[in-house]
Write a protein that binds this ligand. Structure first.
Ligand code: HEM
Length: 180
């Protein structure tokens, strides 16, 4: 994944736990440098190692940490100059969820090796919808929960996000019920 993701992990963990604890996490994960280059690609395994090291050091679960990082991502990317992409997602929260693929296509103009997820909205109703999330990567459902909550907050909402149908072997799609 692009370094921007690891940078968000670093920012979130060092502001939550302090710089010294971040240093321990970084060392335990075997990352030798002190910062990440946002537009450089790093192995996905490094991101998972950072989270794994943070779990061991803090006693928090990977699900909890990854969800919290997801919730932080929306404000983090806005700070890093990607706010206009978020502002153009659409006038409502439901529109924004429906436009995530188009947004990642625009991100890919800056990050040509991007391997973005794919989202499909269905069963759209007054204050809810079904969100299908597909990715070649496994284990990121809690990230989606946090991301969708973080995006809802941008629209002044506190959405509930429930994983209703997790992916099984041979499938790459998780289904979520999102209500607000
Ligand atoms: C302007 C804001 C955003 C930027 C710049 C951005 C950029 C990125 C980048 C760089 C990655 C790593 C993928 C790679 O390097 O191959 C990524 C992954 C991902 N993005 Fe976004 N993103 C943004 C907003 C969002 C939002 C709002 C959501 C969902 C609500 C989202 C969902 C995801 C997910 C779930 C992944 C994990 C990769 C996977 O599932 O395979 N992103 N995005």
């Amino acid at each position: 994944m692009y370094g921007l993701v690891n940078q968000a992990v670093q920012d979130y963990l060092s502001s939550d736990l302090g710089a010294d604890t971040w240093e321990r996490i970084r060392t335990k994960a075997g990352f030798q440098e002190t910062s990440f280059v946002p537009l450089q690609q790093y192995p996905d395994a490094l991101t998972f190692q950072l989270v794994g090291a943070a779990c061991e050091i803090t006693g928090r679960t990977a699900g909890e940490l990854v969800e919290a990082i997801g919730a932080y991502w929306v404000e983090f990317t806005a700070q890093k100059g990607y706010g206009s992409l978020l502002d153009q997602l659409g006038p409502t929260f439901a529109d924004a969820l429906a436009n995530l693929d188009a947004m990642h296509v625009r991100v890919a103009l800056m990050m040509p090796q991007l391997e973005p997820p794919s989202f499909r909205v269905s069963q759209r109703r007054d204050r809810g919808l079904t969100l299908a999330y597909s990715s070649r990567r496994n284990g990121l459902a809690p990230l989606v929960v946090g991301l969708v909550k973080g995006l809802g907050r941008k629209y002044g909402l506190e959405p509930q996000v429930v994983l209703t149908k997790p992916r099984t072997e041979g499938s790459t799609t998780d289904l979520f019920e999102v209500t607000w």
